[in-house]
Design a protein around this ligand. Structure first.
Ligand code: CA
Length: 219
């Protein structure tokens, strides 16, 4: 996991970097709050010290939360209740007070990651665009209430798009999902299946081709 470590103390940063690295993570260390805001997109988790030289860590957290749901573990010398509560309220996923035991820190990082990556209970798995309805669980497609029969692959192509309705899905990703391997899949067959799905739905406007990228179901 890519761990962004925001820590201005070289000694602490060195020890943490080593421990993270030894446990299979890929640490990247920054010293300032501004660096966190500039680099958070390249990380899977942020370990955040609060006493940073430029911005207060809680301010960094507040700014980060305005744009990102990145898992954050605060690691700080500030153990007073008020700081802990503020940190958690501002969106920290966990809060540890220094000095921290390394094994505990690593276990907490794992726990936070587990929570974040556990998928929530699936919501309604029926996607509707115009009068086209795709029931992802029942594998049924209806247009204007009438069932449309698709082949297995045709349905899978449509389902892969419907599961992300309104979002552009790349050809690579579609081939990966439907054929299991984008490199082995024949790019042509994706086009053939999409042409078939379009023809069967009779609603060309619900399936948009995004030139040079992929396709989108719905707007
Ligand atoms: Ca510090």
């Amino acid at each position: 996991m890519r761990v962004l470590l925001a820590e201005d103390d070289d000694g602490v940063a060195g020890a943490l970097t080593e421990a993270l690295y030894d446990n299979g993570h890929v640490p990247a260390r920054v010293r300032r709050g501004e660096d966190v805001l500039a680099r958070h997109r390249q990380a899977d988790l942020l370990l955040l010290d609060l006493g940073l030289p430029d911005l207060d860590g809680l301010e960094v957290l507040r700014k980060l939360r305005a744009v990102s749901a990145l898992p954050v573990v605060v690691l700080t010398a500030r153990g007073d209740e008020r700081s802990v509560v503020r940190g958690l309220r501002l969106g920290a996923d966990d809060y540890l007070v220094k000095p921290v035991r390394l094994a505990e820190l690593l276990a907490r990082i794992e726990a936070v990651t587990r929570r974040v990556t556990t998928p929530a209970a699936p919501a309604a798995r029926t996607v509707r665009v115009a009068d086209v309805e795709v029931d992802l669980d029942a594998r049924r497609v209806t247009v204007g209430g009438a069932e449309v029969r698709l082949t297995t692959k045709e349905f899978e192509v449509l389902a892969a798009l419907a599961a992300r309705a309104g979002t552009a899905v790349s050809r690579q990703q579609l081939m990966d999902e439907v054929w299991g391997d984008a490199f082995l899949a024949v790019s042509r067959s994706l086009d053939v299946h999409l042409t078939q799905v379009r023809a069967k739905l009779g609603r060309p406007e619900v399936l948009t081709t995004i030139r040079g990228f992929g396709y989108r179901f719905g707007d």
